[in-house]
Design a protein around this ligand. Structure first.
Ligand code: HSE
Length: 441
């Protein structure tokens, strides 16, 4: 049986998952690909570091050229993360005639244009299913399953860490820092977890999802991003009382003028909304397309084995292409070819100022007479109408927490009202503001 040799860059969480799947499912893989997939070399930074997986003598190297320039290696699997060295390595691998599989969403969101172009010029594949929603084959579903439809809107939970943190805070009352520490310990978080909780990781994934769904080149700067860092267990408890669950959502929709509206921010969902039932580090992407209507893709969005499955399945696709090409048959690459993002028109994201939402506000003010009047006056002056209001005082604190649910207002009016509220001497902490899901969501 023919053997296809691969080289892996990086042996962290996902790298260990890929090696385990290749080892533990080797028979299944051989049957499905009709070839043996053999890991020839794995690049690591430090040979002495303890690993998630045992490796045979001589497999690990600290010399990139032993992977990137080895003529026997046909497929390079990039799992080092980051965007600088990873970009150089992917370019070197393509230039050396290797196919590339990556799970690096930041790399593709920032340098996808150049890298897909390079792969095309080199006649090599650049696959990336593991970059979005871990093990869920959502990119394949969009590129193949929905290829004949027109996507109108997609809305997803695509950062497992943020979902895990919000879910733990809601269901177990954990403090924010403790929940983040648990997500890190479980291996869900990025090396820099601020990318997760700040919304940037989800924006990287949204850029890829939206590019494929709408056939337009979506860059990071066209996405409005707001993280979950300011949300406290108290806000989640109040939301629950009101019948809502908070989730960090990545949303892309086609506006009336055909411009895309792209955003990542926390959203209050009615407790019976389909995305409200997504717990822990699970991900889900809800797609609304013209002919099919709603379809949802759900599963584990982070972690060693789920992401390992997506990466290994991409390796198998490349292996099939290699075999088909060497057999002189028509390439199966059509099925797996990188999206032609280089031919896509760029998107200028519609400004979030055009949006309108009802909002949850938690205003922290001094517990003094007249303060409620000031808050209501400021909101009223900006045309922000109050739908509900309640107030309490944290134990031992001298300030009051005023929870206000607004009617639907424009982004601009809400932002201006919060700025003015926070200018007052009686405002003791930053206001927490969470948008309610628009009714059509
Ligand atoms: N840090 C990412 C997450 C890992 O939490 O979803 C998967 O991309």
């Amino acid at each position: 049986m023919r053997s296809i040799k691969i080289g892996v860059l990086g042996l962290g969480n996902v790298g260990a998952g890929v090696l385990r799947i290749l080892r533990e499912h080797s028979q299944t893989l051989e049957q499905r690909v009709s070839a043996r997939i053999e890991v020839k070399r794995v690049l690591v930074r430090d040979l002495s570091r303890a690993r998630e997986i045992e490796t045979p003598e001589g497999l690990l190297t600290t010399d990139p050229s032993e992977v990137l320039e080895d003529p026997e290696i046909a497929v390079v699997v990039e799992l080092i993360g980051g965007t600088t060295t990873a970009k150089q390595f992917v370019e070197r691998a393509l230039a050396a005639g290797k196919h590339v599989v990556t799970a690096n969403k930041a790399l593709l969101a920032e340098h996808g244009d150049a890298l897909f172009q390079r792969a095309q010029e080199c006649g090599r594949e650049l696959l990336f299913e593991g970059a979005v929603a871990g093990g869920i084959p959502v990119l394949r579903a969009i590129r193949h399953g929905l290829a004949s439809d027109r996507v109108q809107r997609l809305c997803g939970i695509v950062n497992g860490t943020s979902n895990y943190v919000l879910d733990k805070m809601t269901r177990e009352g954990l403090a924010y820092a403790e929940a983040v520490a648990q997500a890190q310990a479980a291996g869900y978080a990025e090396a820099d977890p601020s990318l997760d909780v700040g919304g940037v990781d989800a924006a990287h994934k949204l850029a890829l999802l939206a590019s494929l769904s709408f056939g337009k080149r979506v860059t990071l700067d066209s996405i409005f991003v707001e993280g979950i860092e300011s949300i406290r267990a108290y806000d989640l408890a109040v939301a629950k009382d009101l019948g809502y669950v908070v989730r960090s959502l990545a949303i892309a929709s086609r506006g009336a003028d055909d411009r895309l509206q792209l955003r990542v921010h926390p959203v209050l969902l009615p407790h019976d909304h389909v995305l409200a039932g997504v717990h822990g580090a699970y991900n889900a992407v809800l797609v609304e397309s013209e002919a099919l209507g709603r379809s949802m893709y759900y599963g584990q969005g982070a972690g060693m084995m789920p992401t390992g499955v997506a990466v290994t399945s991409d390796i198998m696709d490349v292996a099939r292409t290699i075999l088909a090409n060497t057999a002189g048959q028509a390439s199966t690459a059509e099925d797996t070819a990188p999206p032609q993002v280089t031919r896509m028109a760029s998107v200028v994201g519609a400004s979030p100022d055009t949006l309108q939402h009802a909002n949850y506000l938690c205003v922290h003010v001094a517990h003094v007479s007249g303060v409620l009047g000031r808050v209501a006056t400021v909101l009223g002056a900006h045309g922000v109408s109050i739908a509900k209001m309640r107030q309490d005082h944290p134990e031992g604190a001298s300030h009051a927490r005023m929870v206000i649910v607004t009617e639907v207002v424009s982004e601009a009016a809400m932002a201006a009202a919060i700025t003015e509220l926070e200018r007052g001497d009686d405002c003791v902490e930053a206001t927490v503001r969470i948008r309610f899901m628009e009714p059509e969501g």
